[in-house]
Every structure is written in structure tokens, then in C-alpha cells.
Design a protein around this ligand. Structure first.
Ligand SMILES: CC(C)(COP(=O)(O)OP(=O)(O)OC[C@H]1O[C@@H](n2cnc3c(N)ncnc32)[C@H](O)[C@@H]1OP(=O)(O)O)[C@@H](O)C(=O)NCCC(=O)NCCS
Length: 156
């Protein structure tokens, strides 16, 4: 069973474990550049974190924030030991539920195409809204990266 709840201070260690695991996977493809790190710092106060608990362990986490008439989902990550068990699906479902409750019509996320996550978000119900050259990431291979904005429409 996967329990999704708001994060609290006691979660710090478990969230850090998930972040290390998720980041290790992403670092196979890219690193955020200075512009991305500055943006993340500026956003920090607006972010709300959820955690996914499996068997008493923090297995996954994500953050979200409202901007205009959209909810944004960032930093979705699942610990390697808990992947392909529906943890990301459960986190996204909870954020989508909260988005609907706020009367907002859309949930938006950004991903880097070269990570292979576009099909993952499509499996979670998102559609590609736009693609452009990624100005926030530096690729490990040195090749240009593609930033993809994806949206999950929530209107009935
Ligand atoms: C991407 C990530 C969050 C997916 O988490 P997860 O809990 O394993 O995903 P779920 O089990 O909920 O899978 C949801 C769907 O995505 C697809 N999917 C997930 N991982 C996949 C993979 N490695 N290959 C292909 N499809 C995949 C599947 O269609 C899956 O549904 P199904 O299992 O019913 O077929 C996880 O792999 C992760 O943390 N990766 C590193 C960090 C990262 O990339 N975060 C996203 C930043 S944009």
C-alpha cells in the first residue's frame, strides 16, 4: 500500500535519501546549471512537499506550487528500490486531486527529453505542450538538451 501525505520536519532524512537516489539517475544525463539553481532557490518558499510512504519508508517525493491558474509539479523522485510500483503515479494522482479541489484546470511539469521521462509522464496522463532548447541544464555528453513542458488537463 502507498500512503501519500504532506511532508513534515521528521521526513528530512527520508526525503534526502530519495533525492540522492533520484538525482543519481538524473545525473547520468544532465546537471542543473547556475540559472536553474538560482531559480530553485528563489522558488523555495512557495513549494509544498508531499511524500509517498511504502511499508513505513519514504519511497518517493514531489513538490508543487500554484502559479496563475496552474499547479506546477517539480522534483518528482522515487528511490531506486521502489520504482515501477506505482509510487510516482500515486504522487501525481494526489497532486492532481489537490489541483482539482483548488478549481485549477491544469497541472504542469517540466522534464528533460533525454532522460527518457516524456513517455513516463505520458503514461501518467500528461501531454507534451511544448519543446525547446534547454537553457537550465548542462548535459553530461555535451550534446544539447531538450526542455519539455508537459500538461495534465483536469477539466471534466
Ligand atoms: C521517473 C520516476 C519518478 C518514475 O517513478 P515510478 O514510481 O517508478 O513510476 P510508476 O511506477 O508510478 O510508473 C508510472 C508509469 O510510468 C512508466 N514508467 C515508469 N518508469 C519507467 C521506466 N523506467 N521505463 C518505462 N516506463 C516507465 C510506466 O508506464 C508506469 O506505469 P506502469 O508501471 O503501470 O506501466 C522514477 O523512475 C525516478 O525517480 N527517476 C529518477 C528521477 C526522475 O527522473 N524524476 C523525474 C524528473 S522530471
Amino acid at each position: 500500500m502507498i500512503i501519500i501525505r504532506d511532508s513534515n520536519r521528521e521526513d528530512a532524512e527520508g526525503v534526502a535519501r530519495v533525492d540522492v537516489s533520484a538525482r543519481a539517475t538524473l545525473r547520468e544525463t544532465y546537471r542543473p546549471n547556475q540559472k536553474a539553481l538560482a531559480h530553485k532557490k528563489a522558488m523555495a518558499r512557495q513549494l509544498h512537499r508531499l511524500v509517498a510512504i511504502c511499508g513505513g519508508t519514504i519511497a518517493g517525493t514531489t513538490q508543487c506550487y500554484v502559479d496563475g491558474n496552474a499547479m506546477h509539479l517539480i522534483g518528482l523522485g522515487v528511490h531506486r528500490d521502489f520504482r515501477r510500483q506505482g509510487v510516482a503515479r500515486a504522487l501525481v494522482a494526489e497532486v492532481a486531486l489537490r489541483t482539482r479541489r483548488l478549481g485549477l484546470p491544469v497541472l504542469i511539469t517540466h522534464t528533460v527529453a533525454e532522460t527518457g521521462n516524456v513517455p513516463v509522464f505520458e503514461a501518467l496522463g500528461f501531454q507534451v505542450q511544448s519543446r525547446c532548447l534547454d537553457e537550465y541544464s548542462a548535459s553530461v555528453s555535451g550534446a544539447p538538451l531538450t526542455a519539455v513542458i508537459m500538461k495534465l488537463e483536469l477539466r471534466e
